[in-house]
Design a protein around this ligand. Structure first.
Ligand SMILES: [Zn+2]
Length: 108
């Protein structure tokens, strides 16, 4: 997890784009998959996931129950961002919660 997170950060550092990119988002998604795996191994009911807005300068972390994470993940194109970061992602918002916002990416 540490390596994956460090890799994600180094990828973002070289990118001066403010707007979220699909590539950066899929990278955050990969890291989150690892975070979930570790949380499950430690039998934690929740994980601290990376915001998936895809912005280069975003390092927001969202605390979320694993059940909730799974629920969002099973929907194609659905992802979550920190409150306020949905504007960067520029996709329709599906749900608003105190800790995170769920958005829907256009499906190819
Ligand atoms: Zn963000």
């Amino acid at each position: 997890v540490q390596e994956a997170a460090a890799y994600a950060v180094s990828m973002c550092m070289g990118d001066e784009q403010q707007q979220g990119t699909p590539a950066a988002r899929s990278l955050a998604r990969e890291v989150n998959t690892q975070i979930e795996r570790v949380a499950m191994r430690f039998e934690s009911p929740e994980g601290e996931f990376l915001c998936e807005c895809g912005s280069a300068d975003c390092d927001a972390r969202l605390r979320m129950p694993l059940d909730e994470y799974e629920r969002i993940r099973t929907e194609a194109g659905r992802y979550f961002v920190a409150p306020g970061h949905e504007a960067r992602a520029d996709d329709p918002v599906i749900e608003r919660h105190d800790a995170y916002v769920v958005a829907q990416a256009a499906l190819a």
